[in-house]
Design a protein. Structure first.
Lengths: 334, 327
């Protein structure tokens, strides 16, 4: 097992270098000049411009800029944000808990609804519950996420007034955010109604961000279950006289989980991408919103650093998924 | 009253090309302590009829029968809960592919104790003790270690022993073995058959052995039921069947046994079992029967009397000679 993990960590190195190149080039390929943007409407003299170019190192060839960047990464230094003048590393981890909190809620939402939906659809294949669930899933999957968010806001915030429109917590509450997780901090503050407010603020973003993973998980669970349900060992389980809950929910599901957790692992990437839109719509102060702002102000260091961190997170999650394979099905562990 | 009494069982499968009848009006009777062999070629519906009894067919199957009485309960009319209280406890089944019949995600011990837990009021400790006993009973050495093993760590023969242990866990009255040795090595086949027969003698349970191996039948069964294309074509005691088969199909099957061959080339039955689209109008075996005439090809035969093995034939054989004047 340890051997396996070390081998997988070894494959991280080329992937990591690849991602660092892509993230470095990506932002530089965008038209626009960070220094001109910094100057704003007033513009600047040619001398000042040249001076700033030298100061940020943009007069160097791309290769040597990349080399400096790589050297920084290896020392745990992602550079300093042009805009805020703070280290990118600090910025990222100040905002990351908000994104993590939202992503975790979205994943929990997607799994708790998607798994049962997929199982039910597979067990009732061809009948109306299957058709209803799978067409709903297809609609959820195909829906533009920003439009879905606006619809929900109009209905639940605008017309019904059940949920707030944006932010992480009502402005009435103020307390230290030590962990960065609003659910935990609001509980720790002991202020009455703070936790409820935090939960209310989470509901709509969670649904919006979780919808596509939910649809993917439901469909994947269904097809994995369908395959497994015709296996001999499921027949054996039924031949023992076990009830449908135990046959489908234990004997079949455990085997069907392999492709499902693969999809869950991959959807972490989707979540990070989806977070960019969702956070922007709901003014959620997470890394998604931070990156969008970084891109529009051509904050090279922030964007390339953020991309790199997200890539590392996705890689680690998928390593965890690989380890889970062996725990779920010992046959794969060899 | 027989332990198992199935009357007029038919099974249809929904396929892309319409309904396909896999089992056609089969009767099965098994007495307490009986050993019945069901023989037939692949596709003759022998497994399907037993799976129908157990309620293990996929959703595409439609099962019809006059009755399926087991030990006083009509399984064809019982609700799911009643059926589940009988399946796995009083009727158990083992399958053709032992390696894939065990769940790869759970240990042998888990799967064995689960069979006990489903039907018997035993404590954890008692279940573990019984599981060890069962593995000893089926001849697996080091039972404690085996209980912790996963199926992929065992050989095919060992898996089948585990399957047998699971099947006899609740001391069933009837064990159905669906080609239990087909997927195993020849040397292991004999061991598994011997184990099944020993268990049958020791516990007095009835045994239904589904096979296409006439050699296995001769060694094991008391009675033999021969199926062809979903129909039962003959049923006799094993000695009578081998001495004097009444249906031409049985006769041809026996003639194909290597021990009985008199010519240099092994005799075979020409043609194949009819499928969904080429079912003959008359006797289903008529296209392959050496004795068939126009009457056979046009009119479905009924069943001959018991002394002629209930043979589903217009001209049942006596000592290899068709009795044409009989009908």
């Amino acid at each position: 097992m340890l051997n396996f993990i070390l081998r997988r960590l070894g494959t991280f190195i080329p992937t990591f270098i690849g991602v660092s190149i892509v993230s470095f080039l990506f932002i530089r390929l965008l038209p626009g000049d960070p220094i001109l943007l910094m100057a704003g409407e007033r513009g600047m003299t040619d001398e000042r411009y040249a001076q700033l170019m030298t100061q940020f190192g943009f007069d160097q060839p791309l290769l040597s800029q990349y080399w400096d960047y790589l050297k920084g990464i290896l020392q745990g230094d992602l550079g300093t944000s042009f805009k805020t003048k703070r280290p990118v590393w600090d910025e990222f981890f100040t905002l990351f808990p908000a994104t993590l909190e939202l992503s975790l809620c979205a994943i929990v939402f997607a799994v708790t609804l998607g798994l049962p939906a997929g199982i039910i659809a597979a067990v009732k294949r061809g009948k109306w519950p299957d058709q209803a669930l799978m067409s709903t899933a297809l609609v959820g999957y195909s829906m533009p996420i920003f439009w879905w968010a606006l619809l929900l806001i109009i209905l639940f915030s605008g017309m019904l007034g059940w949920t707030p429109v944006s932010g992480r917590i009502s402005l009435m509450y103020f307390f230290p955010t030590d962990t960065g997780f609003m659910l935990i901090d609001s509980l720790r503050s002991g202020q009455e109604g703070a936790f409820a407010s935090a939960v209310q603020h989470l509901i709509l973003p969670t649904i919006v961000l979780g919808t596509i993973p939910l649809a993917v998980i439901a469909r994947q669970t269904r097809s994995a279950m369908l395959e497994v349900l015709s296996e001999d060992y499921v027949r054996t389980a039924r031949a023992k006289g076990l009830g449908p809950l135990r046959v489908n929910g234990l004997h079949a599901l455990r085997n069907a989980l392999i492709p499902v957790i693969t999809v869950i692992g991959l959807s972490v990437g989707t979540l990070m991408a989806g977070a960019i839109l969702t956070e922007t719509i709901f003014s959620w102060p997470g890394i998604g919103k931070w990156m969008v702002e970084g891109i529009s102000s051509r904050d090279y260091t922030a964007v390339q650093g953020g991309l790199l961190m997200i890539a590392v997170i996705v890689m680690v999650v998928n390593l965890v998924v690989d380890i889970l394979y062996g725990l779920i099905n010992p046959k794969i562990r060899k | 009253m027989p332990l198992l009494d199935v009357r007029n069982l038919s099974v249809d499968f929904k396929t892309a090309n319409g309904q396909f009848r896999a089992v056609d009006g089969v009767d099965v009777q098994v007495d307490v302590g009986d050993v019945l062999a069901i023989v037939g070629e692949s596709g003759s519906g022998k497994s399907v009829s037993m799976l129908a009894l157990m309620g293990l067919l996929p959703w595409t199957a439609t099962i019809t029968s006059d009755s399926m009485m087991f030990d006083g309960v009509d399984l064809s009319r019982a609700d799911d809960r009643t059926r589940r209280s009988i399946i796995g406890k009083d009727v158990a089944m083992i399958f053709q592919e032992p390696m894939s019949s065990l769940n790869p995600c759970f240990t042998v011990g888990f799967q064995l104790r689960e069979a006990l837990k489903a039907h018997l009021p035993l404590s954890r400790r008692e279940r573990q003790k019984r599981a060890i006993e069962l593995l000893e009973q089926v001849g697996l050495p080091e039972p404690e270690r085996r209980l912790r093993a996963f199926p992929h760590q065992l050989s095919g023969g060992m898996c089948q022993r585990v399957m047998i242990a699971m099947a006899i866990a609740c001391k069933p009255k009837l064990l159905i073995a669906d080609e239990p040795t087909t997927a195993l090595d020849v040397t292991i086949q004999a061991q598994i058959l011997e184990l099944l027969l020993d268990l049958q003698k020791d516990t007095g349970m009835a045994l239904v052995l589904i096979t296409h191996d006439m050699g296995v039948v001769a060694e094991t069964a008391q009675r033999v039921s021969v199926q062809y294309a979903g129909q039962k074509v003959e049923e006799q005691g094993v000695n009578d069947l081998f001495a004097n088969p009444h249906h031409p199909y049985t006769d041809a099957l026996l003639a194909a046994l290597p021990e009985r061959a008199t010519t240099k080339h092994l005799p075979s039955i020409p043609g194949v079992v009819p499928g969904q689209f080429d079912r003959p109008a008359g006797c289903l075996f008529s296209p392959r029967c050496q004795f068939a005439d126009d009457h056979c090809r046009q009119v479905k035969p009924g069943n001959a009397p018991a002394e002629l093995g209930h043979a589903r034939c217009h001209y049942p054989l006596i000592k290899g000679v068709p009795q044409r004047e009989a009908s």
